[in-house]
Design a protein around this ligand. Structure first.
Ligand code: SF4
Length: 156
């Protein structure tokens, strides 16, 4: 099943790139899974990311710093239904979703036709626990969707 999830995520990302989504920074959502938060962290950031002290003990700091730098919105996905609500907000035109491949596959179908570029997390500590993400891969995904917009304006 993991291979199938991986194949679906790969095909989805190819389709998103082919569509050349027209999105500005404020319309782009960086949505990431709650399992990226350090399990020892006592900050309750689920519904308020400003509570993250950005101590650097988990990837949340890097993701929030990146969102601030690029001017994109950021949200933590705490469950399938809530994540879907955030994605379906009409002000959001495209999403970079950071989660495990199973969650991504399930979420991608629910978000269609909104373009969602998926970046899978790694699970060195087992499923749903202190997961990791390649921040450079997230950066490339955000940059790609934003450059796509610049390209349309002839700026890039
Ligand atoms: S960066 Fe630090 S404060 Fe923020 S969620 Fe991770 S461990 Fe908690």
């Amino acid at each position: 099943m993991e291979l199938l999830d991986s194949a679906i995520v790969g095909l989805n990302n190819l389709a998103v790139k082919t569509r050349r989504t027209n999105v500005k920074a404020g319309e782009l959502l960086l949505l990431f899974s709650s399992c990226l938060q350090n399990s020892q962290c006592e900050q309750r950031i689920n519904n308020d990311l400003t509570r993250c002290r950005r101590c650097g003990k988990c990837p949340v700091k890097g993701l929030l710093d990146m969102a601030d730098e690029l001017g994109v919105k950021a949200a933590m996905a705490t469950g399938g239904h809530l994540a879907l609500e955030k994605v379906k907000n009409p002000s959001i035109k495209a999403v970079v979703a950071v989660a495990c491949e199973k969650e991504l596959r399930e979420g991608l179908l629910g978000c269609f036709p909104k373009p969602v570029y998926a970046v899978p997390i790694s699970k060195p500590n087992g499923p749903c626990h202190d997961t990791c993400i390649d921040l450079e891969a997230v950066r490339r995904a955000l940059d790609w969707l934003l450059r796509s917009q610049l390209g349309r304006q002839g700026v890039a």
